[in-house]
Design a protein around this ligand. Structure first.
Ligand SMILES: NC(=O)NCCC(=O)O
Ligand SMILES: [Zn+2]
Ligand SMILES: [Zn+2]
Length: 483
Protein backbone atom coordinates (compact mmCIF):
# COMPACT_ATOMS: atom_id res chain seq x y z
CA UNK A 1 0.00 0.00 0.00
CA UNK A 2 1.47 3.36 -1.06
CA UNK A 3 0.42 6.88 -0.14
CA UNK A 4 1.23 9.96 -2.19
CA UNK A 5 1.17 13.52 -0.95
CA UNK A 6 0.39 15.58 -4.05
CA UNK A 7 0.63 19.20 -5.16
CA UNK A 8 2.45 20.51 -2.09
CA UNK A 9 5.60 22.55 -1.60
CA UNK A 10 8.29 20.71 0.33
CA UNK A 11 9.94 22.85 3.01
CA UNK A 12 13.00 21.48 4.77
CA UNK A 13 15.65 23.19 6.90
CA UNK A 14 17.50 24.22 3.74
CA UNK A 15 15.25 23.85 0.68
CA UNK A 16 11.83 24.90 -0.61
CA UNK A 17 10.53 23.24 -3.81
CA UNK A 18 7.43 21.80 -5.40
CA UNK A 19 7.24 18.00 -5.45
CA UNK A 20 5.07 15.02 -4.54
CA UNK A 21 6.12 12.56 -1.83
CA UNK A 22 5.53 8.81 -2.18
CA UNK A 23 5.40 6.68 0.96
CA UNK A 24 5.51 2.94 1.52
CA UNK A 25 6.20 0.82 4.61
CA UNK A 26 6.42 3.88 6.84
CA UNK A 27 9.19 5.51 4.81
CA UNK A 28 9.57 8.01 1.99
CA UNK A 29 10.39 6.00 -1.15
CA UNK A 30 10.31 8.71 -3.84
CA UNK A 31 10.18 12.49 -4.19
CA UNK A 32 9.33 13.97 -7.57
CA UNK A 33 6.72 15.29 -9.98
CA UNK A 34 3.48 13.52 -10.93
CA UNK A 35 3.83 10.58 -8.56
CA UNK A 36 0.97 8.14 -8.07
CA UNK A 37 -0.03 6.01 -5.08
CA UNK A 38 -2.87 3.82 -3.80
CA UNK A 39 -4.01 6.62 -1.50
CA UNK A 40 -3.70 10.34 -2.29
CA UNK A 41 -3.43 13.21 0.19
CA UNK A 42 -3.99 16.61 -1.33
CA UNK A 43 -1.44 19.23 -0.29
CA UNK A 44 -2.59 22.03 -2.64
CA UNK A 45 -1.59 25.41 -1.12
CA UNK A 46 0.22 23.56 1.69
CA UNK A 47 3.80 23.04 2.80
CA UNK A 48 5.05 19.48 3.32
CA UNK A 49 7.51 19.56 6.21
CA UNK A 50 9.24 17.12 8.58
CA UNK A 51 6.94 16.50 11.55
CA UNK A 52 7.86 18.40 14.67
CA UNK A 53 10.12 16.79 17.25
CA UNK A 54 9.55 18.00 20.81
CA UNK A 55 12.75 17.23 22.73
CA UNK A 56 11.33 18.14 26.12
CA UNK A 57 8.15 16.61 27.59
CA UNK A 58 7.11 15.25 30.98
CA UNK A 59 4.22 12.84 30.46
CA UNK A 60 2.79 11.22 33.61
CA UNK A 61 5.72 12.65 35.52
CA UNK A 62 5.86 12.08 39.28
CA UNK A 63 6.55 15.59 40.59
CA UNK A 64 5.82 17.73 43.65
CA UNK A 65 3.55 15.14 45.28
CA UNK A 66 1.47 14.37 42.19
CA UNK A 67 1.70 13.22 38.56
CA UNK A 68 1.50 15.46 35.49
CA UNK A 69 -1.97 14.99 34.03
CA UNK A 70 -1.13 14.23 30.39
CA UNK A 71 0.18 10.70 29.94
CA UNK A 72 1.69 9.16 26.81
CA UNK A 73 -1.81 8.59 25.43
CA UNK A 74 -3.25 12.10 25.70
CA UNK A 75 0.13 13.82 25.37
CA UNK A 76 1.00 12.19 22.05
CA UNK A 77 -2.53 12.83 20.76
CA UNK A 78 -1.93 16.50 21.51
CA UNK A 79 1.43 16.28 19.74
CA UNK A 80 -0.05 14.87 16.52
CA UNK A 81 -2.95 17.34 16.52
CA UNK A 82 -0.34 20.11 16.47
CA UNK A 83 1.95 18.60 13.82
CA UNK A 84 4.50 17.03 16.19
CA UNK A 85 5.41 13.44 15.34
CA UNK A 86 7.98 12.59 17.99
CA UNK A 87 8.46 13.47 21.66
CA UNK A 88 11.45 12.92 23.92
CA UNK A 89 10.43 12.41 27.54
CA UNK A 90 12.53 12.22 30.72
CA UNK A 91 12.95 8.96 32.65
CA UNK A 92 13.35 10.11 36.26
CA UNK A 93 14.83 7.73 38.84
CA UNK A 94 13.66 8.46 42.38
CA UNK A 95 16.54 9.12 44.79
CA UNK A 96 18.34 5.79 45.25
CA UNK A 97 16.49 4.12 42.38
CA UNK A 98 18.54 2.46 39.62
CA UNK A 99 18.50 3.95 36.14
CA UNK A 100 17.40 0.68 34.55
CA UNK A 101 14.55 0.31 37.04
CA UNK A 102 13.35 3.81 36.18
CA UNK A 103 13.65 3.00 32.50
CA UNK A 104 11.33 0.00 32.94
CA UNK A 105 8.66 2.34 34.34
CA UNK A 106 8.96 4.68 31.35
CA UNK A 107 8.89 1.67 28.98
CA UNK A 108 5.57 0.67 30.55
CA UNK A 109 4.02 4.13 30.47
CA UNK A 110 4.99 4.73 26.85
CA UNK A 111 3.26 1.63 25.43
CA UNK A 112 0.17 3.82 24.89
CA UNK A 113 1.90 6.44 22.72
CA UNK A 114 0.27 7.49 19.44
CA UNK A 115 3.51 8.84 17.96
CA UNK A 116 7.17 7.85 18.13
CA UNK A 117 9.11 8.74 21.24
CA UNK A 118 12.46 8.45 22.93
CA UNK A 119 13.80 9.14 26.43
CA UNK A 120 16.45 11.23 28.13
CA UNK A 121 17.69 9.66 31.38
CA UNK A 122 17.85 11.95 34.42
CA UNK A 123 20.75 11.77 36.87
CA UNK A 124 19.05 12.60 40.17
CA UNK A 125 21.66 11.10 42.54
CA UNK A 126 25.16 9.73 42.21
CA UNK A 127 27.14 6.65 43.18
CA UNK A 128 28.92 3.69 41.53
CA UNK A 129 25.63 2.04 40.51
CA UNK A 130 24.60 5.15 38.58
CA UNK A 131 28.06 5.41 37.01
CA UNK A 132 27.88 1.75 35.92
CA UNK A 133 24.29 1.84 34.68
CA UNK A 134 24.88 4.89 32.49
CA UNK A 135 26.70 2.55 30.07
CA UNK A 136 23.77 0.11 29.97
CA UNK A 137 21.43 3.06 29.38
CA UNK A 138 23.42 4.17 26.33
CA UNK A 139 23.33 0.58 25.08
CA UNK A 140 19.53 0.77 25.32
CA UNK A 141 19.58 3.66 22.83
CA UNK A 142 19.57 6.67 25.15
CA UNK A 143 22.41 9.08 24.46
CA UNK A 144 21.34 12.04 26.64
CA UNK A 145 21.48 12.51 30.44
CA UNK A 146 19.57 15.29 32.20
CA UNK A 147 20.78 17.15 35.31
CA UNK A 148 18.71 19.48 37.47
CA UNK A 149 20.58 22.33 39.16
CA UNK A 150 17.22 23.39 40.68
CA UNK A 151 14.65 21.63 42.91
CA UNK A 152 16.85 21.46 46.01
CA UNK A 153 16.08 18.44 48.19
CA UNK A 154 14.37 16.64 45.31
CA UNK A 155 15.91 16.34 41.84
CA UNK A 156 18.89 18.71 42.26
CA UNK A 157 22.47 17.48 41.92
CA UNK A 158 25.52 19.27 43.32
CA UNK A 159 28.57 20.40 41.35
CA UNK A 160 30.71 17.37 42.30
CA UNK A 161 27.96 15.03 41.07
CA UNK A 162 27.51 17.16 37.97
CA UNK A 163 31.20 17.02 37.12
CA UNK A 164 31.36 13.24 37.70
CA UNK A 165 28.33 12.64 35.52
CA UNK A 166 29.57 14.99 32.77
CA UNK A 167 32.91 13.12 32.71
CA UNK A 168 31.03 9.83 32.42
CA UNK A 169 29.01 11.28 29.53
CA UNK A 170 32.27 12.23 27.83
CA UNK A 171 33.57 8.63 28.17
CA UNK A 172 30.33 7.22 26.76
CA UNK A 173 29.90 9.68 23.87
CA UNK A 174 26.66 10.90 25.46
CA UNK A 175 25.34 14.46 25.76
CA UNK A 176 24.42 16.00 29.12
CA UNK A 177 21.35 18.21 29.42
CA UNK A 178 20.95 20.75 32.18
CA UNK A 179 18.06 22.55 33.88
CA UNK A 180 20.07 25.63 34.77
CA UNK A 181 18.78 27.48 37.82
CA UNK A 182 20.73 27.90 41.06
CA UNK A 183 18.64 25.74 43.40
CA UNK A 184 20.36 26.95 46.59
CA UNK A 185 19.59 30.59 45.83
CA UNK A 186 16.01 29.79 44.74
CA UNK A 187 15.44 27.97 48.06
CA UNK A 188 16.74 30.97 50.07
CA UNK A 189 14.76 33.51 48.05
CA UNK A 190 11.59 31.42 48.35
CA UNK A 191 11.90 31.12 52.13
CA UNK A 192 12.42 34.90 52.45
CA UNK A 193 9.46 35.70 50.19
CA UNK A 194 7.18 33.40 52.18
CA UNK A 195 8.42 34.85 55.48
CA UNK A 196 7.57 38.33 54.14
CA UNK A 197 4.02 37.23 53.26
CA UNK A 198 4.61 36.86 49.53
CA UNK A 199 2.80 33.55 49.15
CA UNK A 200 0.88 34.01 45.84
CA UNK A 201 1.91 32.61 42.44
CA UNK A 202 3.83 35.82 41.63
CA UNK A 203 6.22 34.77 44.43
CA UNK A 204 7.32 31.92 42.16
CA UNK A 205 8.53 34.44 39.56
CA UNK A 206 10.19 36.66 42.20
CA UNK A 207 12.06 33.62 43.56
CA UNK A 208 13.65 32.81 40.19
CA UNK A 209 15.12 36.00 38.71
CA UNK A 210 17.20 35.76 35.51
CA UNK A 211 20.41 35.85 37.57
CA UNK A 212 19.75 32.39 39.03
CA UNK A 213 19.47 31.07 35.50
CA UNK A 214 22.45 33.02 34.12
CA UNK A 215 24.70 31.85 36.96
CA UNK A 216 23.73 28.19 36.60
CA UNK A 217 24.04 28.25 32.81
CA UNK A 218 27.55 29.71 33.01
CA UNK A 219 28.51 27.19 35.69
CA UNK A 220 27.21 24.21 33.73
CA UNK A 221 28.95 25.42 30.55
CA UNK A 222 32.30 25.75 32.33
CA UNK A 223 31.95 22.37 34.05
CA UNK A 224 31.03 20.74 30.73
CA UNK A 225 34.07 22.33 29.11
CA UNK A 226 36.34 21.00 31.86
CA UNK A 227 34.76 17.55 31.52
CA UNK A 228 35.25 17.65 27.74
CA UNK A 229 31.61 17.18 26.82
CA UNK A 230 29.01 19.17 24.82
CA UNK A 231 26.05 20.66 26.69
CA UNK A 232 22.36 21.13 25.90
CA UNK A 233 20.67 23.78 28.06
CA UNK A 234 16.93 23.14 28.37
CA UNK A 235 14.31 25.88 28.67
CA UNK A 236 16.61 28.86 28.10
CA UNK A 237 14.33 31.72 29.11
CA UNK A 238 16.41 34.88 29.53
CA UNK A 239 19.18 37.03 28.09
CA UNK A 240 21.58 36.09 30.94
CA UNK A 241 21.41 32.43 30.00
CA UNK A 242 21.35 33.11 26.25
CA UNK A 243 24.36 35.39 26.64
CA UNK A 244 26.31 32.59 28.35
CA UNK A 245 25.41 30.19 25.55
CA UNK A 246 26.25 32.74 22.85
CA UNK A 247 29.63 33.48 24.42
CA UNK A 248 30.41 29.78 24.78
CA UNK A 249 29.55 29.10 21.14
CA UNK A 250 31.78 31.95 19.98
CA UNK A 251 34.58 30.47 22.09
CA UNK A 252 34.22 27.19 20.20
CA UNK A 253 32.36 25.30 22.91
CA UNK A 254 29.67 22.86 21.82
CA UNK A 255 26.61 24.26 23.59
CA UNK A 256 22.97 24.37 22.49
CA UNK A 257 20.11 26.41 23.94
CA UNK A 258 16.43 25.47 23.87
CA UNK A 259 13.82 28.22 24.30
CA UNK A 260 10.23 27.14 24.95
CA UNK A 261 7.24 28.37 22.98
CA UNK A 262 5.77 29.60 26.28
CA UNK A 263 8.76 31.86 27.04
CA UNK A 264 8.75 33.19 23.48
CA UNK A 265 5.09 34.20 23.50
CA UNK A 266 3.87 34.70 27.10
CA UNK A 267 5.32 37.20 29.55
CA UNK A 268 5.61 37.79 33.28
CA UNK A 269 2.45 39.91 33.45
CA UNK A 270 0.56 36.58 33.56
CA UNK A 271 1.71 36.17 37.17
CA UNK A 272 0.27 39.54 38.19
CA UNK A 273 -3.24 38.58 37.11
CA UNK A 274 -5.77 39.15 39.91
CA UNK A 275 -7.18 35.64 39.38
CA UNK A 276 -5.13 33.19 41.51
CA UNK A 277 -5.94 30.26 39.22
CA UNK A 278 -4.88 32.18 36.09
CA UNK A 279 -1.48 32.98 37.60
CA UNK A 280 -0.92 29.54 39.18
CA UNK A 281 -1.73 27.73 35.93
CA UNK A 282 1.26 29.51 34.41
CA UNK A 283 3.71 28.65 37.19
CA UNK A 284 6.66 26.90 35.64
CA UNK A 285 10.43 26.97 36.02
CA UNK A 286 12.01 29.12 34.79
CA UNK A 287 9.10 31.57 34.95
CA UNK A 288 7.88 33.74 32.08
CA UNK A 289 10.06 36.85 31.57
CA UNK A 290 9.66 40.37 30.18
CA UNK A 291 9.67 41.57 26.55
CA UNK A 292 13.45 42.22 26.46
CA UNK A 293 14.14 38.60 27.34
CA UNK A 294 11.62 37.46 24.74
CA UNK A 295 13.37 39.57 22.07
CA UNK A 296 16.68 37.99 23.05
CA UNK A 297 15.23 34.50 22.54
CA UNK A 298 13.73 35.35 19.15
CA UNK A 299 17.02 36.89 18.06
CA UNK A 300 18.84 33.76 19.19
CA UNK A 301 16.61 31.62 17.00
CA UNK A 302 17.07 33.74 13.89
CA UNK A 303 20.83 34.13 14.40
CA UNK A 304 21.39 30.48 15.29
CA UNK A 305 22.75 31.02 18.80
CA UNK A 306 19.67 29.17 20.10
CA UNK A 307 18.87 25.88 18.42
CA UNK A 308 15.53 24.22 19.20
CA UNK A 309 12.05 25.26 20.32
CA UNK A 310 10.45 22.85 22.81
CA UNK A 311 7.44 22.86 25.16
CA UNK A 312 8.59 21.22 28.43
CA UNK A 313 4.99 19.94 28.33
CA UNK A 314 4.21 19.15 31.97
CA UNK A 315 0.51 19.78 32.41
CA UNK A 316 -1.30 19.98 35.75
CA UNK A 317 -5.02 20.52 36.28
CA UNK A 318 -6.38 23.53 38.15
CA UNK A 319 -7.10 21.27 41.14
CA UNK A 320 -3.47 20.15 41.17
CA UNK A 321 -2.25 23.76 40.93
CA UNK A 322 -4.38 24.55 43.99
CA UNK A 323 -2.07 22.40 46.17
CA UNK A 324 -0.16 25.66 46.40
CA UNK A 325 -2.86 27.98 47.75
CA UNK A 326 -1.15 29.91 50.55
CA UNK A 327 2.35 28.71 49.57
CA UNK A 328 3.59 29.22 46.00
CA UNK A 329 6.41 26.68 46.51
CA UNK A 330 3.77 23.92 46.55
CA UNK A 331 2.21 24.83 43.18
CA UNK A 332 3.24 21.99 40.83
CA UNK A 333 5.64 23.52 38.29
CA UNK A 334 4.77 23.08 34.65
CA UNK A 335 2.61 24.10 31.71
CA UNK A 336 1.26 22.44 28.56
CA UNK A 337 2.02 23.32 24.94
CA UNK A 338 2.41 20.17 22.83
CA UNK A 339 -0.59 20.89 20.60
CA UNK A 340 0.23 24.59 20.27
CA UNK A 341 4.01 24.71 19.74
CA UNK A 342 4.01 24.63 15.93
CA UNK A 343 0.94 26.85 15.32
CA UNK A 344 2.16 29.42 17.87
CA UNK A 345 5.71 29.45 16.49
CA UNK A 346 4.46 29.73 12.92
CA UNK A 347 2.08 32.58 13.82
CA UNK A 348 4.48 34.59 15.99
CA UNK A 349 7.65 33.57 14.14
CA UNK A 350 7.00 33.03 10.42
CA UNK A 351 3.85 35.19 10.43
CA UNK A 352 5.77 38.19 11.78
CA UNK A 353 8.92 37.69 9.68
CA UNK A 354 11.10 36.77 12.65
CA UNK A 355 11.71 33.32 11.13
CA UNK A 356 11.73 31.93 7.61
CA UNK A 357 9.78 28.73 6.93
CA UNK A 358 13.13 26.90 6.60
CA UNK A 359 14.30 28.25 9.96
CA UNK A 360 10.97 27.12 11.40
CA UNK A 361 11.69 23.55 10.25
CA UNK A 362 15.23 23.76 11.60
CA UNK A 363 14.22 24.82 15.11
CA UNK A 364 11.16 22.57 15.42
CA UNK A 365 12.63 19.38 13.94
CA UNK A 366 15.89 19.14 12.01
CA UNK A 367 18.32 20.70 14.50
CA UNK A 368 17.22 18.45 17.35
CA UNK A 369 17.24 15.38 15.09
CA UNK A 370 20.90 16.12 14.35
CA UNK A 371 21.80 16.80 17.99
CA UNK A 372 20.09 13.57 19.13
CA UNK A 373 21.74 11.52 16.34
CA UNK A 374 18.52 10.44 14.61
CA UNK A 375 18.93 12.51 11.43
CA UNK A 376 17.90 11.83 8.67
CA UNK A 377 15.63 9.02 9.94
CA UNK A 378 13.74 11.86 11.63
CA UNK A 379 13.71 15.58 10.86
CA UNK A 380 14.09 15.18 7.09
CA UNK A 381 12.11 14.92 3.88
CA UNK A 382 14.44 12.53 2.05
CA UNK A 383 14.14 9.14 0.41
CA UNK A 384 14.69 6.54 3.16
CA UNK A 385 13.59 8.83 5.98
CA UNK A 386 10.64 7.89 8.19
CA UNK A 387 7.47 9.41 6.76
CA UNK A 388 6.88 11.56 9.84
CA UNK A 389 5.44 14.51 7.98
CA UNK A 390 3.11 17.43 8.41
CA UNK A 391 1.04 18.85 5.58
CA UNK A 392 0.89 22.42 6.79
CA UNK A 393 -1.83 24.82 5.73
CA UNK A 394 -0.36 28.30 6.25
CA UNK A 395 -3.76 29.97 5.80
CA UNK A 396 -5.84 27.81 8.16
CA UNK A 397 -6.59 29.51 11.45
CA UNK A 398 -8.27 28.92 14.79
CA UNK A 399 -8.58 30.45 18.20
CA UNK A 400 -6.85 28.26 20.79
CA UNK A 401 -9.27 27.00 23.41
CA UNK A 402 -9.12 24.33 26.10
CA UNK A 403 -12.53 23.09 25.09
CA UNK A 404 -11.17 21.83 21.74
CA UNK A 405 -7.81 20.48 22.90
CA UNK A 406 -6.51 16.91 23.19
CA UNK A 407 -4.71 17.57 26.47
CA UNK A 408 -6.42 16.19 29.58
CA UNK A 409 -6.25 19.43 31.55
CA UNK A 410 -9.07 21.95 32.00
CA UNK A 411 -7.36 25.10 30.64
CA UNK A 412 -4.78 26.21 28.09
CA UNK A 413 -2.11 28.84 28.78
CA UNK A 414 -2.59 30.10 25.19
CA UNK A 415 -6.38 30.39 25.56
CA UNK A 416 -7.81 33.01 23.17
CA UNK A 417 -4.71 33.33 20.96
CA UNK A 418 -5.57 33.32 17.27
CA UNK A 419 -3.14 31.18 15.27
CA UNK A 420 -2.74 31.05 11.49
CA UNK A 421 -0.91 27.98 10.22
CA UNK A 422 -2.23 24.53 11.15
CA UNK A 423 -1.68 20.90 10.12
CA UNK A 424 -4.07 19.64 7.44
CA UNK A 425 -2.59 16.16 7.87
CA UNK A 426 -0.02 14.77 10.27
CA UNK A 427 1.60 11.47 9.27
CA UNK A 428 3.40 9.20 11.69
CA UNK A 429 5.60 6.66 9.88
CA UNK A 430 3.37 7.00 6.83
CA UNK A 431 0.10 6.50 8.70
CA UNK A 432 -2.32 9.44 8.61
CA UNK A 433 -2.54 10.28 12.30
CA UNK A 434 -4.38 13.62 12.15
CA UNK A 435 -6.92 14.54 9.48
CA UNK A 436 -10.24 16.38 9.36
CA UNK A 437 -9.59 17.76 12.81
CA UNK A 438 -9.46 14.27 14.36
CA UNK A 439 -6.91 11.76 15.61
CA UNK A 440 -6.84 8.76 13.28
CA UNK A 441 -4.25 6.52 14.96
CA UNK A 442 -4.80 3.99 17.74
CA UNK A 443 -2.91 4.19 21.01
CA UNK A 444 0.22 2.07 20.87
CA UNK A 445 1.07 3.09 17.29
CA UNK A 446 4.12 4.98 18.60
CA UNK A 447 7.48 3.23 18.73
CA UNK A 448 10.61 3.82 20.77
CA UNK A 449 13.35 5.48 18.71
CA UNK A 450 16.82 4.35 19.83
CA UNK A 451 19.61 6.92 19.60
CA UNK A 452 23.24 5.85 19.35
CA UNK A 453 25.90 7.41 21.51
CA UNK A 454 29.00 8.75 19.80
CA UNK A 455 27.23 11.50 17.88
CA UNK A 456 29.20 13.48 15.27
CA UNK A 457 29.62 16.34 17.76
CA UNK A 458 30.70 14.18 20.72
CA UNK A 459 33.24 12.47 18.45
CA UNK A 460 34.60 15.77 17.14
CA UNK A 461 34.83 17.25 20.62
CA UNK A 462 36.60 14.23 22.10
CA UNK A 463 39.11 14.31 19.22
CA UNK A 464 39.80 17.99 19.92
CA UNK A 465 40.01 17.48 23.70
CA UNK A 466 42.46 14.59 23.23
CA UNK A 467 44.60 16.69 20.85
CA UNK A 468 44.73 19.63 23.25
CA UNK A 469 44.97 17.66 26.53
CA UNK A 470 47.75 18.70 28.96
CA UNK A 471 50.91 16.69 28.29
CA UNK A 472 54.19 16.53 30.18
CA UNK A 473 57.00 18.55 28.53
CA UNK A 474 59.83 16.26 27.33
CA UNK A 475 63.06 17.74 28.75
CA UNK A 476 66.67 16.79 28.48
CA UNK A 477 69.04 17.58 31.30
CA UNK A 478 66.66 17.61 34.24
CA UNK A 479 68.59 19.10 37.17
CA UNK A 480 69.34 16.85 40.13
CA UNK A 481 66.94 17.13 43.02
CA UNK A 482 68.01 19.73 45.51
CA UNK A 483 67.16 17.47 48.46
N1 LIG B 1 9.57 23.28 33.92
C1 LIG B 1 8.70 23.00 34.85
O1 LIG B 1 8.25 23.92 35.51
N2 LIG B 1 8.28 21.74 35.10
C2 LIG B 1 8.77 20.55 34.53
C3 LIG B 1 10.03 20.09 35.16
C4 LIG B 1 11.21 20.86 34.64
O2 LIG B 1 11.53 20.76 33.46
O3 LIG B 1 11.83 21.60 35.38
ZN1 LIG C 1 13.42 21.94 34.00
ZN1 LIG D 1 11.32 19.91 31.85
Amino acid sequence: MTTVIKNGTIVTADLTYKADVLIEGGQIIEIGRDLKGDETLDATDCFVMPGGIDPHTHLEMPFMGTYSADDFESGTRAALAGGTTMVVDFALPAPGEGLLDALKKWDNKSTRAHCDYSFHMAITWWDKQVFDEMKAVTERGINTFKHFLAYKGALMVNDDELYSSFKRCAELGAIPLVHAENGDVVAELSAKLLADGNNGPEGHAYSRPPQVEGEATNRAIMIADMAGVPLYVVHTSCEESHEAIRRAKLAGKRVWGEPLIQHLTLDESEYFDKDWDHAARRVMSPPFRNKQHQDSLWNGLSSGTLSCVATDHCAFTTDQKRYGVGDFTKIPNGTGGLEDRLPMLWTYGVGTGRLTPNEFVAVTSTNIAKILNIYPKKGAVLVGADADLVVWDPKASKVISAKDQQSAIDYNVFEGKEVTGLPRYTLSRGVVAWADGKIQTKEGHGQFVPREAGTPVTKALSTWKELTAPRPIQRSGIPASGV
